[in-house]
Design a protein around this ligand. Structure first.
Ligand code: GLP
Length: 246
């Protein structure tokens, strides 16, 4: 595992963007696994800039997003489809038909999960999967539980995740209670993993994920078993991992 310790959010974002751009330059028709949340926003901004300057093109890229809230329409300003359009897709040369996000409005969410898993499998899984890290250690929306869910599935969000995401909604009551998410198995099939973390409130999760036991109670800890993981984080997010390794 490679760890990049960057001094702040901007430096972390530039480093993460450079790793994604390197993947796209090396393999222009690659499959990018993409993530939402506030952490990757700076990296997406940087990629938009490089795309506008002509340094990196997404024209042949396919993307697969990790997750989507169940019950939100793509046009809802808190849906992850909307997030991806406004933070990346609308500003770069990726083909709309090459972008994939689970549908939050499917009548049968379980069937939608199976369909989505097949889409990702048919693309050959991600060449590079970008991940954020929940404060409780979730990746995608794989919440702490008693097992590692393998494939894309419907999940009940934990109170901690609902609280953490309430800031984006009028109130915690408005946060959807379920989501469709790639499974741990879907994520682990990516050839490379890039996980980003910023800020002191992620320091515990980073430490437990990468220096603690591998347990479904800390979903990100499974990444210790992946052969090609890069963690890009700022000093605040790495503070406890550094102490653990000191
Ligand atoms: C959300 C997303 C995750 C994301 C996490 C952290 O719940 N489903 O994919 O990594 O929260 O978000 P943030 O980067 O805003 O801290």
């Amino acid at each position: 595992m490679r760890i990049y310790c960057e001094k702040d959010y901007n430096a972390m974002s530039r480093r993460a963007a450079a790793i994604i751009a390197a993947q796209v330059v090396a393999k222009p028709d690659c499959v990018l696994g993409l993530a939402t949340g506030s952490t990757p926003v700076g990296a997406y901004k940087q990629l938009i800039e490089w795309n506008k300057q002509g340094d990196v093109s997404f024209a042949e890229v396919h993307s697969v997003n990790l997750d989507e809230y169940y019950g939100l329409a793509p046009e809802h300003d808190q849906s992850y489809r909307y997030f991806m359009q406004t933070n990346l897709f609308d500003h770069v040369d990726i083909a709309a038909e090459n972008t994939n996000v689970p549908s939050g409005l499917a009548d049968d969410p379980v069937a939608e999960c199976a369909r989505y898993e097949q889409v990702v499998a048919d693309l050959g899984y991600a060449d590079l999967q970008l991940l954020g890290l929940g404060r409780n250690g979730h990746i995608g929306f794989n919440e702490p539980c008693d097992h590692f869910p393998v494939a894309t599935h419907l999940v009940d969000l934990t109170e901690s995740t609902i609280d953490a995401n309430a800031r984006f909604f009028a109130s915690a009551d408005d946060v959807p209670k379920q989501a469709l998410t790639m499974g741990i198995g879907t994520i682990m099939k990516a050839r490379k993993i890039l996980i980003v973390a910023s800020g002191a409130d992620k320091a515990d999760a980073v430490q437990r994920a990468f220096a603690g036991p591998i347990t479904p109670e800390m979903p990100a800890s499974i990444l210790q078993l992946h052969p090609d993981v890069t963690l890009v984080a700022d000093e605040a997010a790495l503070s406890k991992l550094k102490e653990a390794n000191a």
